[in-house]
Design a protein. Structure first.
Ligand code: PMP
Length: 428
């Protein structure tokens, strides 16, 4: 039956959006950090960075059901939920970032952020990082340089996109935590090139802990200096918090706090809706207003009563269930366990990240850092046999993407570490 359904999917569902696995289990329901297949077998979901509360949260389901049966419309109308939710989001953001747009996804949020930068700065050029993923819509795709997601990403850049060297302290060209000046220098060179062209700078976009490369903190002081250079030129600084923000880091609610900076525009999606399409752009009033003079914004479903109720209930549950604290405590415990595996298995190059935003990087050689790409794929397949959902990430697909629901229990974290230890013991 399951194989028949898979064939049915392949007949009519678009192929570019692939299954994780070539022979995937047919999943039927989810509960907290687990998903269950049609035979009732449990899988620990260590990858789903959207379902931050966990799967099947009854309080969220009740709130959605209640609002659906009461009212769902768009934000051209006046209703309580859109006013209340916008205010709560503005309160979560640093002072001065007091204006909220509501959209439906991370791609849309980043597209809108780019349009705001263009309108506010009156220029077109955007600097983004290599190895980045910011979305699939036309503008967010243009600033996405990750060849893991799109092997042709670097061949198809429009001329307003200026990718710079990823400040990867582990395997970048200027390896090491003391490499801030070199990586900042790479940005300075690109900015000089834009200055020389006389066409002006609109802005800079990046993830504030580098998720797509495996969850790597930026070199200390990097964003402070880069944001300074961007602002000197009238550009705006966009923080893509779609994966990293909203409590996942445990130690910080927003990723940019790790670098001690405040962006001009924050984009958020994924976890804020716990699976319901929901995204936001939070910025200063003057940046938001620039769009009124130079453009247009309307989203049919962005900011709908149902979306807003979902967003507010997610925040309530996060607070009541102390999920950010759990991300810190369970994340720190898990990171220590994974680092201990590094003592035993040379394949473990390093463990990036913090909280429940971790990346375990496999290398064939700790000196040359040759990526263990095939091994990583094989390890993910073996983990599935043992009941763990895991996926490779990074440009070399040699990093385990460890971004489970924030409700992950200590027992589940230990189960994951135990299963990984078992797989690594099999020899790679
Ligand atoms: N930015 C980042 C950092 C992301 O990880 C993603 C999704 N993987 C996006 C943007 C795009 O979000 P969405 O899939 O909701 O459009």
């Amino acid at each position: 039956h399951s194989a028949e359904l898979l064939a049915m999917r392949q007949r009519s569902f678009a192929r570019p959006q692939k299954n994780y696995y070539s022979n995937p289990p047919q999943i039927e329901r989810g509960w907290k950090e687990h998903m269950f297949d049609v035979c009732g077998r449990a899988y620990l979901d260590m990858v789903n960075n959207v379902t931050i509360l966990g799967h099947g949260h009854p309080r969220l389901a009740r709130a959605v059901g209640r609002q659906w049966s009461l009212l769902n419309t768009n934000s051209r109308f006046h209703y309580a939920a859109v006013a209340e939710f916008s205010n709560r989001l503005a309160e979560l953001a640093p002072e001065g970032l007091d204006t909220v747009f509501l959209v439906n996804s991370g791609s849309e949020a980043n597209d809108l952020a780019l349009r705001l930068a263009w309108a506010y700065a009156g220029a077109r050029n955007i600097v983004s990082l290599l190895e980045a993923y910011h979305g699939w819509t036309v503008a967010s795709d243009a600033v996405s340089t990750s060849i893991a997601d799109n092997p042709r990403a670097l061949e198809t850049r429009p001329d307003w996109v200026h990718p710079v060297t990823a400040p990867n302290t582990y395997r970048g060209p200027f390896r090491g935590k003391d490499s801030t000046a070199d990586y900042v220098g790479a940005v300075a060179k690109t900015l000089q090139h834009i200055d020389d062209s006389g066409t002006g700078l609109a802005g800079f976009i990046c993830e504030t802990v580098y998720g797509n490369a495996g969850g790597i903190p930026l070199p200390p002081g990097y964003l402070q200096q880069v944001y300074g250079m961007v602002r000197e030129r009238g550009g705006v600084c966009i923080a893509d918090e779609v994966q990293v923000g909203y409590g996942r880091l445990g130690h910080y609610f927003w990723g940019f706090e790790e670098q001690g900076v405040v962006p001009d525009i924050i984009t958020v999606a994924k976890g804020m809706g716990n699976g319901q399409p929901l995204g936001t752009v939070i910025t200063r009033r003057e940046v938001a207003d620039a769009l009124e003079q130079e453009g247009y914004f309307f989203s049919s479903a962005g900011g709908s009563p149902v979306s807003c109720v979902v967003g507010m209930t997610v925040l309530d549950i996060m607070r009541d269930e102390r999920l950010q604290e759990n991300a810190r405590e369970t994340g720190d415990h898990l990171k220590a366990r994974l680092e201990a595996l590094g003592q035993r298995f040379p394949l473990v190059g390093t463990v990036h990240g913090m909280g429940l935003y971790l990346g375990l990087e496999f290398v064939r050689d700790r000196e040359t850092l040759e990526p263990a790409t095939e091994e990583t794929a094989g390890i993910c397949d073996r983990l599935l046999d043992l009941g763990v959902i895991m996926q490779p990430t990074g440009d070399h697909l040699n990093v385990l993407k460890i971004k489970p629901p924030l409700c992950l229990s200590r027992e589940s974290a230990d189960f994951f570490a135990d299963m990984l230890e078992k797989v690594l013991s099999e020899g790679w």
